[in-house]
Design a protein around this ligand. Structure first.
Ligand code: NAP
Length: 281
């Protein structure tokens, strides 16, 4: 292995830079604000929201968590989003997913003012990304692009494979790498001979949601391996989608779980909140 891609370290460095920028903005009377709408009691969501709140506090971003009951109606949630769309104290609005089944996720994402959509999930922002004119970018793939930059990992002309085709990770990841001139394949649960497809990758991004699914049979020696997965093993320990120990033996670069992609996702959320505040001033 040439290097472990240390997401925690890079995130801390970027968060320090963002903190300095926030202090500068405050001198000019601007305090970036982020509101997170959390519906129900999903334990994983509670943890994510808590971590976002801690990062915001550390950086000096004004953050508010709206804890809403599982029973909230779709209309009530939409009305609350409209209220925050109008509220100039908040430059970013994030609705923590997943939502309860009685609420239409697409309608909710569509209701957020695209200028305040710091998660980058609004169809307008997704469309901008697809035409190569990104405005707000989904934070997880954006954070991974920052990792490539920080570790001088060149994408142009490389073969990249993304396993997973979700709207929040797989699809925007593929698009961002294509924009940097990689030749990208997206694989998923119906891909035939997945290991052989993955083995073609110079850069392999894994976002499946199955603990230790990717073994060394999936990896070309010398590849860059990015593990997005966050899973719990039988003992409740956080593990990635990649079997780290055996893949690290043959990969040139690899991200760990934890302290890999996760901290960068939160960092990019802060980064985009500050960018949104600057644009809205
Ligand atoms: P998702 O919406 O459930 O999508 C999973 C994708 O993986 C789907 O496209 C699915 O294929 C594919 N897949 C599932 N089983 C597969 C298999 N056996 N072989 C090949 N492909 C398979 O998940 P997501 O939201 O993208 O998240 C993926 C993982 O990343 C989860 O562990 C999640 O917790 C984690 N995550 C981490 C962060 C972070 O900041 N670190 C952020 C977001 C997500 P089909 O489309 O064919 O069903």
């Amino acid at each position: 292995m040439k290097a472990l891609i240390n997401g925690r370290e890079l995130a801390d460095k970027m968060q320090d830079q963002i903190k300095t920028e926030v202090a500068e903005l405050q001198k000019n009377g601007i305090r970036p604000g982020l509101v997170v709408l959390l519906v129900g009691e999903n334990p994983a969501s509670q943890t994510y929201v808590k971590n976002k709140d801690l990062a915001a506090a550390k950086i000096g971003i004004h953050s508010k968590i709206e804890r809403l009951p599982e029973s909230i109606s779709e209309a009530e949630l939409l009305a609350l989003i409209q209220q925050y769309n109008q509220d100039s104290a908040f430059h970013g609005i994030l609705v923590q997913l997943p939502l309860p089944k009685h609420i239409d996720e697409e309608k909710v994402l569509l209701a957020i003012d695209p200028k305040k959509d710091v998660d980058g999930f609004h169809p307008m922002n997704m469309g901008q990304l697809l035409i190569g004119e990104p405005t707000m970018i989904p934070c997880t793939p954006y954070g991974i692009m920052k990792m490539f930059e920080a570790y001088n990992i060149e994408l142009a002309g490389k073969r990249a494979v993304v396993i997973g085709r979700s709207n929040i990770v797989g699809k925007p990841m593929a698009q961002l790498m294509m924009m940097k001139d990689a030749t990208v394949t997206i694989a998923h649960s119906k891909t035939a001979d997945l290991a052989a497809v993955a083995r073609e990758a110079d850069i392999l991004v894994v976002a499946i949601g199955r603990g230790h699914f990717v073994t060394k049979e999936f990896v070309k020696p010398g590849a860059v391996v990015i593990d997005v997965g966050m899973n719990r093993d039988a003992n409740g320990k956080l593990i990635g989608d990649v079997k780290f120990d055996e893949v690290a033996e043959i990969a040139d670069y690899i991200t760990p779980v934890p302290k890999g992609v996760g901290p960068m996702t939160i960092t990019m959320l802060m980064y985009q909140t500050v960018a949104a505040a600057k644009k809205q001033k």
